[in-house]
Design a protein around this ligand. Structure first.
Ligand code: ZN
Length: 435
């Protein structure tokens, strides 16, 4: 088998384990020596870099969590001097404080390299023109998709999200062959192409979508409306460089992830014990060469499982299932990460509303995502204020999370109470099985 340009030089499982062992040893020593936060964590756990000699020693290491990133704000877990940092990216956090992540030049280049590999796995070549309809800015999406695209040698059309008229104009005039977007944006574009009757005048062959889950029916609809385009689910998270840390292969049997850049463990989120391959649990990642902010057993909160055995596509890189959900209640809506705690804070900020609320996520007949907030009035507040309260709630949510929900105000005491943690999020957007 001939290697593609960005494929790993590692070709056997033994080589991969050796590479991971070296990367793990390097990462622990680097984190220990470079970051006072990591040093304190490792000291508390009674682990010194010399205790890490094999992959089995991974289990000796303490977990890292989003709380560590929040506590170290504004430059959490930084393991290199500031003069080595060339870029900052940021994503939303649980309590309003952003997760800021630092990158060295090498981190940026490594990310670019494996993002190019992701494109290559989807069959993107220098012949392709890639319309990048994801967000640009402080988050990792836009620039990641763009640098990877340019590295492959394809033509990048960095249009950003939204702006459907311009998207369609580009599809027609510049004849892109690949569209990068969220699943919702993919669906929106597919319907727009259909509505405008321009399907036979455009050339989209592949759609690379990330940042949110898509049901099988949704994928099918997007593909059909784009004249049979092939869909590739791309994964990633800001803490772990950004998007591109794994992608669906042309055999479309789950996600291959780049085990030469990070180790993936699946743990039971309650006991934190590693589960056997094939079982569902929380994805935990340890980086092998990340400099500015190395990750040691970082709990991603994403639920998935390792797929045992090798894939029919012949790649040695291991596989995991598509992400099934989260261990916290965070949900993604139109590519925005939303924590129930944020909605909680908004509801609490409106005195005439009670403390009980529910978040219902669904898809309408045209598969468009809908968010409905059901909130109780406070005690002794009358029904005549429903309209005013509903308007205020929508306004606040729109202002704080940039999403327009449908609000429903209900009488005090009408939502179920629970002694345990009340269920807040009801997500019926995906009803078919996630593989
Ligand atoms: Zn494969």
């Amino acid at each position: 088998m001939t290697l593609k340009r960005f494929e790993s030089i590692i070709t056997t499982d033994r080589q991969l384990r050796e590479h991971q062992t070296n990367g793990l040893k390097w990462t622990v020593a680097h984190a220990y020596n470079g970051s006072p936060e990591y040093r304190a964590k490792l000291d508390r756990a009674g682990v010194a870099p010399e205790n890490i000699q094999s992959l089995d020693d991974l289990k000796k290491l303490p977990f890292t969590t989003a709380a560590d990133l929040r506590d170290g704000y504004p430059f959490p877990l930084r393991a290199v001097p500031f003069e080595k940092i060339v870029r900052i990216h940021s994503s939303s956090g649980t309590t309003g404080k952003r997760k800021n992540l630092c990158y060295t030049q090498k981190d940026v280049e490594d990310w670019c390299h494996f993002f190019a590999r992701a494109y290559e796995m989807a069959g993107v070549t220098p012949e392709d023109r890639v319309q990048i309809a994801v967000g640009y800015g402080v988050w990792t999406a836009g620039i990641g998709f763009q640098l990877g695209c340019e590295k492959v040698g394809a033509m990048a059309l960095p249009i950003g999200p939204g702006n459907v008229d311009m998207q369609c104009q580009f599809l027609l005039d510049l004849q892109p062959t690949v569209l990068c977007c969220t699943a919702s944006m993919g669906l929106l574009m597919a319907e727009e192409v259909n509505r405008r009757g321009i399907g036979d005048k455009i050339r989209i062959k592949k759609i690379i979508y990330g940042s949110e889950r898509a049901s099988i029916s949704m994928r099918k609809k997007i593909s059909e409306l784009f004249g049979g385009a092939e869909l590739f689910d791309i994964t990633g998270l800001t803490e772990l460089y950004g998007p591109g840390t794994g992608i669906e292969c042309p055999d479309h049997d789950c996600i291959h992830y780049w085990a030469d850049y990070y180790i993936m463990e699946i743990v039971n989120p309650d006991t934190l014990e590693t589960v056997p391959d094939g079982e569902w649990g929380e994805m935990v990642v340890t980086t092998l060469c990340k400099e500015a902010v190395p990750l040691i057993r970082y709990r991603t909160r994403d639920i998935t499982r390792i797929i045992p055995g090798s894939c029919t596509c012949g790649t040695i890189m291991p596989r995991h299932s598509r992400i099934r959900g989260r261990t916290d209640d965070m949900f993604k809506f139109r590519a925005v990460n939303i924590y129930p705690s944020t909605i909680d804070a908004i509801v609490s900020g409106i005195p005439a509303l009670g403390s009980e609320y529910q978040i219902h996520l669904s898809r309408d007949a045209s598969e468009r995502g809908m968010m409905r907030l059901v909130v109780e009035r406070a005690k002794d507040i009358g029904e005549e204020r429903n309209e005013e309260l509903s308007k205020e709630l929508v306004h606040q949510v729109k202002k704080k999370v940039l999403i327009t929900p449908v609000a429903e105000i209900v009488p005090y005491g009408s939502l179920p109470r629970s002694e345990r943690k009340s269920k807040r999020v009801f997500d019926t957007r995906i009803e078919d099985p996630i593989v």
